[in-house]
Design a protein around this ligand. Structure first.
Ligand SMILES: Cc1ncc(COP(=O)(O)O)c(C=O)c1O
Length: 387
């Protein structure tokens, strides 16, 4: 079946955060949702659920849990049990719950900036501090990529560090860690008694044939010490429907997570559960086509930056639809987020919000029709090189 990812869809009237935060003359290339309609079977399942007309509290169905268990086996060769799955309304809630479950005030959480901003802020919500092991940027011409400095990673751990918050695939760098990299980080965490929370929300959006390995698949010892957070929300563009889940194979750790969410975290809503089931059961053909489309968008962006944006460098993400652009040698004055907003009328995410190593960078969302990616890049080019 063919899918039309080129079709622009008007979103300003929908209350979209992405499309209404900035004025009407600004093209939004920021927050991580896509401008594509979800797969048709999801829309059809939602129609049928809406027709039912009653929207009370709901449990996740046995069928949905079975679909998650089956998917982990089929896609990642990861054997989990139904009881390992805890449904949650969102991953940011999940990250906060895990901080609450694992740490006591004064304990520290290990992070790898630059990183998705809630990783930086969640620990403090629970009286925890952060121990930071910044990723190392490596430049190759117009391309940048990030590596792990294992010595810095281990040196950042103090006797009060209890938890490692891993972002895998990593937002904003687009790195999907290899089993060897995961094993090395995991081994250090186990040796220092850290619990690992692996946010894998972007794991289904692998580009150009790259394969994802969940952290918990690396060894039984890591699995016993790991909380994995996943969701259909980025994959099938369902972020506004709030349905995600944690996989916790260690029963004691699972109880800690459940205890930490009790009384604070609401049930997943009826429409989110409906959409998740339909997406996982019937969305994979659409997802294959989406990945191909996003891969061409990524390659278009990487070539465009190299050929047309002097002094700008970019990642070539292995996963998801977020590119990380380095403007530090572009010759512009000040913060590139503000500069692009004012001069090019393009809204991206300000790299400074991603912590150490983010200043001078912006995050560009290419999860939209290709014509929009090119229009945004043209506007940045024309601002950089006034015609
Ligand atoms: C790494 C990462 N985790 C979590 C989220 C947000 O998850 P949720 O909307 O389920 O809270 C995002 C959204 O961009 C993300 O990139």
């Amino acid at each position: 079946m063919t899918y039309d990812f080129d079709r622009p869809i008007e979103r300003r009237k929908s209350g979209s955060i992405k499309w209404t935060k900035y004025s009407g003359d600004v093209l939004p290339m920021w927050v991580a949702d896509m401008d594509f309609a979800s797969p048709e079977p999801v829309i059809q399942a939602l129609r049928e659920r809406v027709e039912h007309g009653v929207f009370g509290y709901e449990w996740p169905s046995t069928e949905l849990t079975e679909v998650v268990v089956e998917r982990m086996q089929r896609v990642y060769h990861w054997t989990i049990k139904a009881e390992d799955v805890i449904f949650l309304p969102g991953l940011v809630s999940g990250i906060n719950i895990v901080c609450r479950a694992i740490g006591s005030p004064g304990d520290a959480v290990l992070l790898q900036p630059p990183v998705y901003p809630p990783f930086l802020t969640a620990p403090a919500n629970h009286g925890l501090t952060t121990a930071q092991a910044p990723l190392t940027m490596v430049t190759n011409g117009h391309a940048i990529r990030y590596e792990i400095d294992y010595d810095a990673f281990e040196a950042a751990i103090t006797p009060r560090t209890r938890l490692f918050l891993l972002c895998h695939p990593h937002n904003p760098t687009g790195t999907d860690y290899s089993p060897e990299q995961l094993a090395r980080m995991g081994e250090i965490c186990l040796r220092h008694g850290l619990t690992i929370c692996s946010d894998e929300i972007h794991c289904d959006l692998m580009l150009g044939g790259a394969r994802h390995t969940p952290m918990a698949c690396v060894s039984p010892e890591i699995a016993a010490n790991c909380i994995t957070l996943m969701a259909p929300s980025k994959t099938f563009n369902l972020a506004g429907l709030g349905c995600s889940f944690a996989i916790v194979q260690n029963a004691a750790l699972r109880e800690q997570v459940k205890k930490a969410e009790a009384g604070i975290v609401p049930h997943v809503n009826a429409l989110g559960l409906t959409a998740a089931l339909a997406a996982y059961r019937h969305g994979d053909d659409w997802l294959d086509a989406l990945r191909q489309y996003l891969t061409v968008n990524r390659d278009t962006l990487v070539d465009y930056v190299a050929e047309n944006l002097p002094g700008v460098r970019t990642t070539e993400p292995q996963a998801t639809y977020l590119a990380w652009l380095d403007f530090r040698e572009s010759g512009i004055q000040g913060n590139p987020f503000e500069w692009c907003l004012e001069k090019a009328k393009i809204a991206m995410n300000d790299g400074a919000a991603f912590g150490s190593g983010g200043e001078g960078f912006v995050r560009f969302n290419f999860g939209c029709p290709r014509s929009q990616v090119i229009q945004a890049l043209d506007q940045i080019k024309n601002a950089l090189i006034p015609v």
